[in-house]
Design a protein around this ligand. Structure first.
Ligand code: ATP
Length: 370
């Protein structure tokens, strides 16, 4: 095998009630996380939510105000950064410009006088598919290739946990998408625990098996990407992961396994297992690709779960046509529709939106001001 880190395996990373204060400001607020060995974990959230601070505490570059951290059952809260079984790949990976790619990767091992440093560096480079460029200088590589050298340099140390702090931030969009797939494949191959920090929801969803969405120093929700997208538990998570069409209303009826919500005279049903709140003010969310658009004359039958509106705008994206539909009293909803050659609605057209109840989700609406 050429997998440089395979024999070390990964290790569980546990954060137990970790809080970080900077003077009066709470940057990370009582964080509890268990990141299983070998997982690809993403910390996702807007700027300033505490992602980097969390990562820096794991790396040992920042000391928590309270709480403990452990890796593979070993308490590392007070272990120095260099003694931790952790490596970090930053956005601004500083490679040594005067050294060959191979020497860059072997540098740390050689300094620690580890035997077979060169062979290990070679296999790490092969893992990131740069074996053929080992003799080059960093300046002779593309941005994406340099990024892979930085990754090889981190992996060659066989850390139990690899921390990635916006490692693709400096790359252009196309290269970024390509590197996301490659990073994911490398993680599968080496089996290390990867903790990736990003504010890009698509990046987190593409790569990670588990995503923790952070907001103001706390984790709002954690789960598999699909679960977070399809069943968000808060408006923050729903909106951060994409367009969510949150319709405000009031629960008016309990049907056992579902509740009926009155949204300005429209009756919407939400399955209880898909509702974070069952009483009072709620928000009913339906993702844009789950909405079906019909002409009013075709919308017969059950009047529940239907919204009458008027197309305000359309845009063709290639894979889909996106519509904005104004629903009186409810607001402007987004609809993504695959193009199968059907007749397209135009601005001003009256339409009816409907959906499968199994796709709607319910949120607590008490905080909502709309
Ligand atoms: P970004 O995506 O912009 O990097 P982030 O989620 O990584 O954001 P952090 O860098 O963890 O956010 O910062 C969290 C909060 O803590 C921010 O409000 C930041 O201003 C504050 N903060 C971070 N480091 C310090 C520090 N050394 N002293 C004071 N405040 C700090």
């Amino acid at each position: 095998t050429t997998a440089a880190g395979r024999d070390s395996g990964g290790a569980d990373l546990v954060l137990d009630s970790v809080t970080k204060r900077f003077a009066d400001f709470v940057a990370v607020d009582d964080l509890n996380l268990t990141i299983p060995a070998g997982s690809f974990f993403a910390l996702l959230g807007p700027s300033g939510c505490g992602k980097t601070t969390t990562l820096r505490m794991v790396a040992g570059l920042e000391q928590p105000t309270s709480g403990t951290l452990s890796i593979g059952g070993r308490d590392i809260t007070r272990t120095g950064a260099h003694e931790r079984p952790v490596n970090t790949v930053f956005q601004n990976y500083a490679l040594f410009p005067h050294m060959s790619v191979l020497d860059n990767v072997a540098f740390g091992l050689k300094r620690r006088k580890i035997r077979g440093a060169e062979a290990r560096a070679k296999s790490a480079l092969e893992l990131v598919e740069l074996g053929h460029l080992a003799a080059r200088r960093p300046g002779q590589l593309s941005g994406g290739q340099q990024q892979r050298v930085a990754l090889a340099r981190a992996i060659v140390n066989r850390p139990a946990v690899l921390l990635l702090d916006e490692p693709l931030g400096a790359l252009d969009m196309k290269l970024r998408r390509q590197m996301q797939v490659e990073l994911k494949n490398i993680q599968l191959e080496v089996g290390l625990t990867f903790v990736h920090v990003t504010h890009d929801q698509e990046e987190a969803m593409t790569m990670a098996d588990t995503v923790a969405v952070m907001n103001a120093g706390r984790v709002e929700q954690m789960g598999a990407p699909r679960e977070l997208y399809e069943l968000p538990r808060t408006a923050f998570v729903a909106n951060f992961l994409g367009k969510s069409n949150l319709v405000p209303g009031e629960v008016i009826e309990d049907r056992g396994d579902a509740v009926v919500v009155n949204a300005r005279g429209n009756r919407l049903t939400v399955l209880k297992e898909r509702a974070a709140a069952h009483h009072g003010r709620v928000l009913v969310g339906i993702r844009p690709e789950k909405l079906k658009m019909m002409w009013p004359q075709d919308a017969a039958g059950d009047p529940d779960n239907m919204l009458h509106g008027r197309v305000a705008d359309t845009s063709f994206t290639g894979v889909s046509t996106d519509y904005l539909v104004d629903v009186p009293g409810v607001g402007r909803l987004g609809v993504f529709s695959q193009n199968h050659g059907q007749q397209l609605a135009r601005p001003g057209d009256e339409v009816v939106l409907c959906w499968d109840t199994a796709h709607a989700f319910g949120l607590d609406g008490r905080e909502d001001s709309s």
